[in-house]
Design a protein around this ligand. Structure first.
Ligand code: AMP
Length: 250
């Protein structure tokens, strides 16, 4: 399966259609990825997407794409969202939920989904439950990626992102073949604004205050699968696959 599906309907909004239709999967999986910023959710989402056929749906990717759009074409709410993102703060639940509601077709897509970065607060999780219930689909599992904080900080410091195709690298742990350039499309890699040291601190605090309580929320629903995020992306992926197979009893 192709690692880089275009995800147009998710990234650009409901008036856009995905160029590549979702693959035919016998068992679509609807999975939420949780974990502190920098734990490697995006990398695992891309690997799991290739294995399961489900699209990698990141709300952070939507905001980063909006930031690259001409300011004239952005709504006032999106301007505020981008400013907050640059400082490492969470975007308001209202704005995030508006964006996700517009993309309901991605949540009901026959390929399933891998949500990365959403939900990030308990009100977002509750709203997602209502949305999915009305749409007649449910979440199959929540993977919680766990990593000690010093390792998280080291990972974020070395992380480099492709501004064009969104591929993620690390200067040591996942170095591109040509230093500083994307393996997939050749674009020069960047350190995201919100990976700069000041913003990282704000993001970690936002995680502890607003997102960590989701662990209790989903634990109560019996959906939580804990996975250690230590080691290489391939090791974490192997661990994730095994944990999911055990959880699903396959
Ligand atoms: P991420 O790529 O998931 O780390 O998201 C990057 C940034 O986008 C976050 O630091 C927030 O500013 C914003 N963001 C993304 N998803 C959400 C969300 N579900 N709730 C609030 N803010 C979000």
């Amino acid at each position: 399966m192709n690692l880089q599906r275009d995800r147009s309907a998710w990234l650009h909004g409901p008036e856009h259609r995905c160029q590549q239709p979702p693959p035919h999967v016998t068992q679509p999986r609807r999975i939420v990825l949780l974990g502190a910023p920098g734990v490697g959710k995006g990398t695992q989402a891309a690997l799991l997407s290739a294995a399961l056929g489900a699209c990698h749906l990141s709300t952070g990717d939507i905001f980063r794409l909006a930031r690259a759009t001409s300011p004239r074409d952005l709504t006032p709410a999106m301007h505020v969202a981008i400013e907050r993102m640059g400082r490492g703060e969470l975007v308001s639940d209202e704005t995030v939920l508006l964006i996700v509601r517009e993309r309901l077709s991605c949540l009901t897509c026959r390929g399933g989904f891998l949500l990365d970065g959403f939900p990030r607060t308990v009100p977002q999780a509750a709203a997602l439950d209502v949305l999915l219930q009305h749409a007649g689909v449910g979440i199959d599992a929540i993977i919680s990626y766990e990593l000690p904080e010093p390792e998280i900080i080291a990972r974020i410091g070395g992380r480099r992102t492709c501004p064009l195709c969104k591929a993620v690298f690390h200067t040591q742990l996942r170095a591109p073949r040509r230093a500083g350039y994307c393996d997939t499309c050749g674009t020069e890699l960047v350190l995201r604004d919100d990976d700069q040291p000041g913003a990282v601190h704000v993001r970690q605090n936002a995680y502890l205050e607003s997102t960590a309580p989701l662990l209790a929320y989903y634990s109560n629903q019996g959906l939580l699968v804990h996975v250690s995020a230590t080691g290489t992306p391939e090791e974490v992926f192997a661990r994730s696959s095994l944990a999911l197979a055990t959880f699903f009893g396959s």
